[in-house]
Design a protein around this ligand. Sequence first.
Ligand code: GDP
Ligand code: MG
Length: 724
Amino acid sequence: MRSTLTIALAGNPNSGKTTLFNTLTGSRQHVGNYPGITVDTREGFVEYNKRMLTIVDLPGTYSLSAYSPEEIVARNLLIQKRPQVVVDVVDATNLERNLYLGVQLLELGLPMIIALNMMDEAEKKGLRIDADLLSQKFGAEVVKTVGRTGKGKLDLLQKCCVLADEAGGASRPFFISYGPDLDPVIDEMAARIEETSFLTRWYPARWVALKYLEYDEEVMAQGKKEGTISEELQSMVKKVSDHCEKTLNTEPEAIIADYRYGFISSVLKTGVVNREGTSNRRAVSEVLDRFLTHRYAGPVLMFMIIYALFQVTFGLGEIPLGWVEGFFGWLGETCRALIPQGLLRSLLVSGIIDGVGGVLSFVPLIVIMFFGLAFLEDSGYMARVAYMLDRVLRTFGLHGSSVMPFVISGGIPGGCAVPGCMATRALRSPKEKLATLLTAPFLSCGAKVPVFLLLAGAFFPKAAAEVLFWITLLGWAAALVVARLLRSTLIKGPPTPFVMELPPYRMPTLKGLCIHTWERAWQYIKKAGTIILAISILLWAAMTFPGLSEERKALYQDRIDAVQQELEGAEEPGIRDRLAAEMTRIRNERKTVELKQSLAGRMGTYFESVTSWAGFDWRTNIALIGGFAAKEVIVSTLGTSYSLGSVDSEAAGSLSDRLAADPDFTRVTGLSLMVFVLLYAPCFVTVVAIARESSWKWALFSVVFNTVFAFSLAVAVFQVGQLM
Ligand code: GDP
Ligand code: MG
């Protein structure tokens, strides 16, 4: 044996110290307790290169302040045992936090080697660590190790021996700057400490100064016993503390921690850590984020991007929308020409083609909007939207993680509240989850969008995009205000903290975009072909039966026949025109009475006395009742009822033309209806989803509460609108 060496293993808890210790020492170890405190430290032995090495496994610590028994034990062992080498065992997958201890070990003036442990994990995560660069920046040797397999252990022992021989227990000086406020004071204190050899038997002068600034009780107690300049140092500290308090509203201890972390992150940023293949992308992302998630510019840009999405959707969508509408118009006419008048024709034309066709006409718009959304999602921008809105959500008693349920539910129009409700599972706090669950259905889901498109197209043809934009905002406002309301009444409770990772931006692939767009569009089309088809037929039946009594039918037939006879006799064109108009009026009246007499018509009429406050007539009521099954049904039902209720459906054109032509249906009615549709009871499937995530009590609550809330707002809109 040439000599003996003591090597201490320091590191954060779970960095793999004990594992490394075991592979180094095998069975040659014993556990010791530091006197007075039950924090165990192990000692073991290993023979290397004809040397006997004593290895000490220190308790795991994050720092060398004197906050916990582990920290005190680790520090005192380092001071008293004076190991020739300290190995800082760091978890390579979490360098930033782990190196905090390393900085302090160097400041304590110990010869240090960094063991980059868990290298297997780091490689699995695609982290590439430049050990040479790290070594250069820290002024310490770096060895890559895997504790579990013992990989790197001989290299580690060899470097320890070399360092011990070179340094002989003293380290290279290591200084980091603590900024303009503290640096001069530290220098001044260190100079005084040096002059008087105050505590320098144990610690470097700068370290003592730092410990005084951190109000380290252990060191200060030790200093008090020593006497001499302890009080002088304390008064220096007091002065700079007061200054920091006044100017920065913080204390030296916090500044010291900030600068240590700042030093580490600046070292890591020089290229010590790279994510495989992504380093470039990360850098680009950072540049983009400086702009896209900027405190002020970010939200403005976000609104502009969403607004642009609407403009593009409407601008581009208008053309194919016309084609699809034209196609269903042609299909209806063909059926009319081929099938004789009667129930079958009525079912096919009014029930199925007008109903489902009304819903399918919006497929082109929806495809374009979904394509835009897929782009925002795939590019990584959507995560930024969530990140930016996080700050806002907190003020409304919600959680950062509420963003995703909201966005999925239709925070950007086109979502669906059913997956939105499922996404609330990410919320840990039951209260925040409930608040999110109950308010997510206010947003404009993909099923409400066609209703808005229809009404905006009919009453605000020049400003359809703007209308949809404002409706979207209204959905958000309602969700947030109601959330705040619920969180300060029915579901009170404190907020929980939140951390979110931003993925790097990436250029979406065309294929990926098409797949995402198609998935959603297909869901919509499938729904039109199944649920909506079924409900359309059901509602058509409810709107057709029981029909007029034979008596009334005869009465109308007589009137029609009478006019017909007059028409045949008349020759003057003026009179003929008048008679033809009379004929149309009678036929329309008959159709309308027929619809009103129907099952659905009676229900709609029954509610009319109340709903007329918001401007809804019985026809709208029918649609709204159907809308509870699925919101798209509102469009198909209006389509059917306007088709059944008018005799000249051939000539009437698209549903939005018909609505615009109806004298009882004004712009104000359109607005009030949009507000109601946006906010009233969630559709049946969503109600089930809410019940599954919370309870039937809350699901029922959302049906009643939302409907009352929506109706109050719709009445307000209608009444104020009437006045203007
Ligand atoms: P200590 O708290 O620093 O003593 O950490 P331990 O030695 O108890 O290790 C914590 C966990 O990390 C254990 O499950 C080890 O098996 C595991 N571990 C230690 N070193 C490595 C390593 O290099 N790679 C991997 N994948 N796991 C490791
Ligand atoms: Mg351990």
